[in-house]
Design a protein around this ligand. Structure first.
Ligand code: BGC
Ligand code: MG
Length: 570
């Protein structure tokens, strides 16, 4: 497969809009703030930015509760600010991608407000899942939810608007996020318009949020019992009547048809749609979503969830590379706004335990963390990932080597996951702390443009200045340098090798991938490993061309602990 589309090898930088840069001093990131910091992204060498949802929203789930798909959240700016950002990015060769949330909207979306005011059976209610309650056994004929489904962030998936209402509505995540019924023609027409509206403004693609619960069994039957030991936030994802349903594929075919029709009318555009679903360990599933009729790409979360372990990493990489046979190119990522930052995750004392595949922050367990070890492994992991074919998504701050902020005071946490589980799950605030740009605490470490700014929406730790962009920019061995050099090296040494790649077994403790003449080798152990000439594929004599720890003296043929080296073979 040749590289025909920009997104097939793109480096995409995820901007969590609320936390990137604050231009107006209200302690909340905004679009003008992003524009003011574009040079940082140019120096990194990225191809595109993906913006987390920046539509009007009451922010119960920080934008994943959209009140209007055709506008900009007032704290972030307005459509004019969006157009200015897009133009400024385009001037610098950076494309803009947005985040589309199809499963649900906000309970403050006008359609939902209208639905609450309308009667059962109305056109307004038909856009969502309103169903009659069941008898509660205590005299209320509708006092119990229509079925036993639980919500992804805790509690029942059903909410009864009031005791007078015979109906309940479905919200797979929280009651603030009512699910759309995508078999409804109004819903279908609106999403087609959403695509066209943003493509007309110059957006080049969408990350499509939470695709797994879109489409439900038409009868909404009770879910079967979950396997023993299923975590409380995992229950939803075990429900066969709402997760990875055949009905969902109809929705993706409609979306793709909208995009293809748009591209037919605008042959200069090369648009993409990337699916977000945790399908790790299920390459068969992914193949069903990524094809000419549905998604162009789907995130491979396997490496993001993988322990620091040869077998698990080889499986993660192999599963993902195998998908290329199905016509897809991989979409790698090590971090996003929903998971613990990779530095912390790989620094945990259980990081090498092959059974810790669920490293998602939603399920996070308390273990001790060695940040220095985690950082070294994170640098090795990104160096391995950058060698591989496919696009790669970085999450803002990962280029600084930021760890997760674990010690945030409880009363400042805002993630609904923390709130609905009464703190039993820490949630995701720790990876969403507003970025440090300078060591000056009076400007929220450069996050806000002025010294009289309000406090940032999530508190920054005292040591935040030590990892600020301006500070690490002065350090020779900084992770920021590694990312800049790595993105350049990827373009120069990896991308020209084409899209084919395979896992190589170079012996115990080593994870290796060959892409054309390039071989990337990662040592996942704490001791140096000498390449064994019996199966070294000729690399013992080959030139190392890139290393995740460039300042270390390298003994030829030896891979230092917790590090990656790229070799160029003849
Ligand atoms: C997003 C989350 C969000 C959820 C509900 C996810 O997959 O990435 O941040 O809370 O969907 O929209
Ligand atoms: Mg602001």
């Amino acid at each position: 497969m040749s590289s025909e589309h920009w997104w097939q090898n793109a480096v995409v930088y995820q901007v969590y809009v609320r936390s990137f840069a604050d231009s107006d001093g209200d302690g909340v990131g905004d679009l003008a703030g992003i524009r003011s910091r574009l040079d940082h992204l140019v120096e990194l060498g990225i191809d595109a930015v993906w913006l987390n949802p920046c539509y009007p929203s009451p922010q119960f789930d920080h934008g994943y509760d959209v009140a209007d798909y055709f506008g900009i959240h007032a704290e972030y700016g307005d459509l004019a600010a969006f157009d200015e950002l897009l133009a400024a990015a385009r001037d610098r060769g950076i494309k803009i991608m947005m985040d589309l949330v199809p499963n649900h909207c906000s309970s403050q979306h006008r359609w939902f407000v209208d639905a609450l005011a309308a009667a059962p059976g109305s056109r307004e209610r038909a856009r969502f899942y309103f169903r009659d309650g069941r008898p509660d056994g205590a005299g209320d004929a509708h006092g119990a939810p229509p079925n036993n489904w639980s919500a992804a962030f805790g509690g029942s998936a059903w909410t009864r608007p009031s005791a007078d209402d015979s109906q309940w509505y479905l919200g797979t995540f929280t009651p603030h996020q009512p699910d759309f019924d995508h078999t409804n023609p109004d819903v279908q027409a609106m999403f087609a318009e959403v695509f066209e509206f943003w493509f007309d403004r110059g957006v080049e693609g969408f990350r499509v949020d939470a695709i797994s619960p879109v489409g439900k069994h038409p009868e909404l039957p009770d879910a079967p019992p979950v396997p023993e030991g299923t975590g409380m936030l995992q229950v939803t994802w075990e429900n066969p009547y709402t997760v990875f349903r055949p009905e969902g594929h109809d929705v993706w075919r409609q979306f793709r048809a909208t995009i293809d029709t748009y591209m037919d009318a605008h042959p200069d555009r090369d648009l993409t749609m990337v699916a977000e679903a945790y399908m790790n360990g299920r390459p068969d599933l992914m193949a069903a979503f990524v094809n000419d009729e549905q998604f162009h790409q789907a995130f491979a979360f396997d490496l993001l969830l993988s322990p620091w372990d040869k077998t698990e990493m080889e499986r993660a990489i192999g599963d993902t590379l195998d998908l290329m046979d199905a016509g897809s190119t991989p979409t790698w990522t090590l971090n996003n706004h929903d998971v613990q930052r990779v530095v912390t995750r790989l620094g945990r004392d259980n990081a090498t335990d092959p059974s810790t595949v669920t490293n998602n922050a939603l399920e996070s367990v308390a273990t001790s963390v060695d940040i220095a070890v985690g950082l070294r492994r994170a640098r090795a992991m990104i160096t391995l990932a950058m060698a591989m074919p496919g696009s790669i998504y970085l999450y803002m701050g990962e280029e600084l080597g930021l760890p997760e902020v674990l010690d945030m005071p409880d009363d400042r946490r805002q993630d609904p996951v923390f709130i609905t589980t009464n703190g039993e799950r820490l949630g995701r605030d720790g990876c969403r702390v507003p970025l440090p740009w300078t060591d000056d605490p009076s400007t929220n470490f450069g996050f806000s443009a002025s010294p009289d700014a309000s406090e940032p929406w999530l508190p920054q730790p005292e040591w935040w200045g030590e990892v600020a962009v301006d500070v690490v920019d002065q350090q020779d061995d900084a992770t920021l340098d590694l990312y800049r050099e790595l993105i350049a090296a990827r373009r120069e040494l990896a991308v020209p090798e084409g899209l084919g790649a395979m896992v190589l077994d170079l012996g115990d403790g080593l994870v290796a991938v060959r892409r054309g003449k390039l071989i990337a080798v990662t040592n996942v152990t704490a001791t140096p490993i000498a390449l064994d000439s019996d199966h070294d594929e000729g690399i013992a004599d080959a030139m190392p061309v890139f290393a995740s720890e460039p300042d270390e003296l390298h003994t030829p043929g030896v891979i230092p602990p917790d590090s990656t080296i790229w070799f160029s073979t003849p």
